[in-house]
Design a protein around this ligand. Structure first.
Ligand code: SF4
Ligand code: SF4
Length: 455
């Protein structure tokens, strides 16, 4: 069935949202009360607890994959959108202020989740903490919906907003108007009409967009409401060439640049920890820092995350931006935007690779997922007898994993170079700096992955 028919249907997306809200609640229920203080045990429990397995090894990787290939389709069925929009209908409808509109709240929320949530409290390994995190997301979307107008949570707060927005620049799909002239002559403008803001379906856009003026995929959450509200049937999800939006003049905000700097560091870490040799290399500086500062316990994760996701990436981008300013007289913002846009395909490609590693490596755990959904008994059993985990499937696919990894790295490097070629650079020297950045960034993945999987 054509996706546009589904999006036009009044009940399809709300039904999907109710379904995902039910799944969300059940996943919280399956994780609540399941906890441990033992970090080694947590490494097994994260895969034996059904909720934890689904959320971090399948749900989350699937969100990344769909954003890269098809755009923000996850947002179409996100339960938080449903919760915050319903709350907004009855709430105070305050206008969001400058801080919210700047995008920095999204970047800060993401940093908090990455540094404190994941790397300090291990919300990705301890089911109970994951459940608390999901409840916090739920509560924030509800409270924000009650206080601020429209869909402030989705537009200015959701911690994955920038992530899905930036990756959706690569997507094969876009939501646009079919004929700009129809919009020009449209008297009712139902897609942005104030009177339609708080309808349950056929709503006008509450993400501050005018469909006729959408330039790229970043802000449209594909909620499908304008699809239904447009009485001229002038809106459609359309095909586009992969990554074609990155060939255009994309302007990033400072908050998006900061977000991307962290993201690109995080992805390096995510790939390097897959192999014990590269893990040792990437952990050398954080381990040294923790040792020198005499830090122990959960705080070691905080220091590690700050060094690997904030400080080192910042040094990398700032050195290149300083050179760009010195030899090409390019502004800071333009330099960093050019670097981010050039490197984005490699970051996305490696994020895709991490998703592939995660989903495939967790397949053996499905043998126990339904018989012991809480996962504590299974985790104890696997601690004593790890050989009970049937890894036949992993042995079969093992030779192909390296090939997929190298192809994905080389493919995303080629795409990055193509983007640099197509982008408008004021100066040839800036272009050379972007080429160097991409070669360096993808080079570390290529060296690590080929050393691990091919030699
Ligand atoms: S998208 Fe539809 S409702 Fe909006 S201006 Fe265009 S024709 Fe009018
Ligand atoms: S333009 Fe607005 S209403 Fe239309 S799908 Fe995108 S976010 Fe939803």
């Amino acid at each position: 069935m054509n996706i546009n028919h589904l999006f036009k249907n009044r009940y399809f997306l709300p039904a999907m949202q109710f379904f995902s809200l039910t799944a969300f609640i059940l996943l919280i229920y399956g994780a609540i009360g399941i906890t441990t203080q033992d970090s080694d045990f947590a490494m097994i429990l994260r895969n034996t607890n059904f909720s934890n397995l689904v959320v971090w090894s399948y749900w989350w990787p699937l969100i990344i994959v769909t954003a890269i290939l098809f755009g923000r389709f996850w947002c179409s069925i996100c339960p938080m959108e449903l919760v915050t929009s319903l709350a907004g209908k009855f709430g105070l409808k305050q206008k969001p202020g400058g801080l919210l509109k700047s995008g920095w709240v999204i970047t800060m929320f993401y940093a908090i989740i990455l540094i404190l949530g994941i790397h300090t409290f291990a919300i990705h390994r301890i089911p109970q903490y994951m459940a608390i995190y999901m409840l916090i997301l739920f509560a924030v979307s509800l409270i924000v919906g009650f206080i601020w107008e429209k869909r402030t949570f989705c537009t200015y707060i959701c911690p994955i907003g920038h992530l899905l927005g930036l990756y959706s620049l690569l997507s094969f799909r876009k939501l646009r108007v079919k004929d700009a002239d129809v919009c020009l002559n449209c008297k009712t403008k139902d897609c942005i009409s104030k009177s339609n803001h708080y309808r349950f379906t056929d709503r006008s856009c509450t993400s501050e967009l005018y469909p006729a003026k959408i330039k790229d995929n970043r802000s449209c959450i594909l909620c499908g409401q304008c699809h239904k509200s447009c009485t001229k049937d002038n809106i459609a999800i359309q095909k586009q060439r992969f990554a074609s939006e990155l060939f255009t003049d994309i302007k990033l905000s400072w908050a998006e640049i900061a977000f991307f700097i962290m993201l690109s560091g995080f992805v390096v870490y995510e790939i390097f920890v897959e192999w014990k040799v590269s893990k040792k290399i990437i952990m050398a500086i954080p381990d040294w820092a923790n040792h020198s500062l005499n830090i122990s316990g959960n705080l070691t994760g905080t220091i590690k995350a700050i060094i690997l996701f904030v400080l080192l990436p910042l040094v990398f981008y700032m050195i290149l931006a300083i050179i760009n300013k010195a030899i090409a007289k390019e502004s800071w913002k333009k330099s960093l935007t050019q670097l981010a846009i050039a490197i984005l395909p490699v970051t996305a490609g490696m994020h895709l690779l991490k998703a592939f590693f995660k989903t495939t490596s967790r397949i053996p755990y499905w043998d126990f997922a339904f018989s012991d959904p809480k996962g504590v008994k299974t985790a104890r059993m696997l601690t004593i007898n790890p050989e009970l985990l049937n890894s036949d499937f992993l042995s079969v696919i093992s030779p192909y994993v390296g090939i997929v990894a190298i192809l994905l790295t080389v493919g995303s490097l080629a795409l990055s170079l193509l983007i640099i070629r197509k982008q408008q650079y004021n100066n040839k020297r800036s272009k050379i700096i972007s080429i160097f950045a991409v070669l360096f960034y993808s080079g570390i993945f290529l060296i690590m992955l080929s050393s691990w999987r091919l030699f």
